[in-house]
Design a protein around this ligand. Sequence first.
Ligand code: GTP
Ligand code: SPV
Ligand code: MN
Length: 588
Amino acid sequence: MAKGSDGSRLANLNEWVAEVAALTRPDRIHWCDGSDAENEALVAQMLGDGTLVRLNEQTHPNSFLHRSDPDDVARVEHLTFVCTDDQNDAGPNNHWMAPDEAHAKMDALFDGCMAGRTMYVIPYCMGPIDSPLSRCGVEITDSPYVVANMRIMTRMGAPALARIEKEGTFVKGLHSTGELDPDRRFIMHFPEELAIKSFGSGYGGNALLGKKCHALRIASHQARSEGWLAEHMLILGIENPQGETHYIAAAFPSACGKTNLAMLIPPEGYRNAGWKVWTVGDDICWMRPGKDGRLYAINPEAGFFGVAPGTSKKSNPNALACLQRDAIFTNVGVTADNQPWWEGLDNGQQPAIDWRGEPYDPAKRPAAHPNSRFTVSAKACPSYSPEAENPAGVPISAIVFGGRRASLVPLVFEARDWTHGVLVGASMGSETTAAATGAVGVMRRDPMAMKPFCGYNFADYFAHWLSFDTPGAKLPKVFHVNWFRKGDDGKFLWPGFGDNLRVLEWMIGRVNGTAGAVETPIGALPSADDLNLDGIELGDEALCKLFGYERDGWSAEFQAIGDYLAGYGPRMPQALVDEQRRIAGSLA
Ligand code: GTP
Ligand code: SPV
Ligand code: MN
């Protein structure tokens, strides 16, 4: 039982914990305070029962490997539900179940599920503890691995409990790993009750309920009624040689480059000239209009749950620097001397044991699972922005949408205005990745990178986005990027990573009115001369495909976008339908 200073505001928390304990029947209840001693005890316990394996203490002090159940390695979109009273409120973009039915189904699964286990009560705060934009929650779980990850990913423990006591409201998240049986696995959201019930998975977005379940699905629903936005976006600051910093928020689908862009290290010429990129967040962004009409953003998270494969000293030195100590690795391989290893690490070492704990055999499986991850505190990142802890948030100058598109979509273009920008976000497409179970590399619509995460009807969501365009609003400019355009040989045409700064520089130039562009029906595209391409070699095919605009292809794309929006029926805002028709008409 947690004691409030007067007991009153915590009554609903204590009641809920008692109710859950009566249902799940744990052997013990542990209230997490977030202390080092608590963490050390949990780690010792997990080392003892094999949940964690200690990595090489010389090269990676205080770092651990966790191997998931092989059937539990990614988010499960087909088992994720939004349970609203009216199915139309969840929308065609979500799986839906009636709240009563969903509660009954979940309560049957939770019945007695914690017998023999400890029930952990984790009070947490999403966002700086003193920010008015932050929101609190409590996760109840029977997984010590979840506790250890939540400790890194959120502000967890006593300060969060104190805030909950003051506010009286919090998101209730109930989680159990159950038996890790994929047939008894559901991730249920009850946005109208600020509640989550997750059973049968221990993996990332399914189990660390502060992350996708709270900070995106529940928060997006809450944000709609309170006038703000909860988005699947990184936040970065870009400092120019004059010392001015512009903040950019960017939405790319899962495993499409948010962490990498957020931690970008400028190419050498830029570095020498004094350019610097500051990391505010790599996955989630909460923003709301400030008094001056600009959008102000916070990162609700305190750590990174990043994709391991492909992370190298060359592609993302900042991420690698974060991973030197105090990190949890999930489903990576290890070397003979027990250092973490993944495909694309490129440090000259070789894997000995794969992510399943078996001797590495490239004919059998990769050493690291394609969706293997690291969990590490944001404070460990050399580029972590001092402004990331600012309770007021950072003012956003540009919003960027992007996806993995092998064909058609150029490197970058700019939307004409906010309404067009909302359409650019709403019509985003991307090839699927290993971040969720299912086929990889299939093009699907993933509006604003929120397809798996919007807690309500996309038609209402687009209307909510449009509603920010009010008199006096000083909205960010909106852009679209594609780092993943391929040539006829199937290779990426754009070098990406650090060189993406060239594109960000052009965006800031557009915000300041100093950079040029060519108007087309899909938006304003830079010509190759409008970007600084010094120091990189691009052939004719690359120049043509990265900076060109293919009228016939876009005409077909806009027909497909029209069909997609029509699928939402009359709830789709007319302004968006009109915008699509106007552009489709000018392409015909
Ligand atoms: P989530 O954590 O799943 O939301 O993903 P994320 O958007 O943060 O993705 P991340 O930055 O981890 O990138 C995923 C994959 O994309 C990695 O394999 C990267 O190497 C690759 N990637 C990132 N940026 C670029 C880029 O600019 N060009 C190319 N070609 N690949 C990139
Ligand atoms: C994503 O899939 O977008 C992630 C990883 O960031 S997870 O936390 O598992 O959702
Ligand atoms: Mn993500």
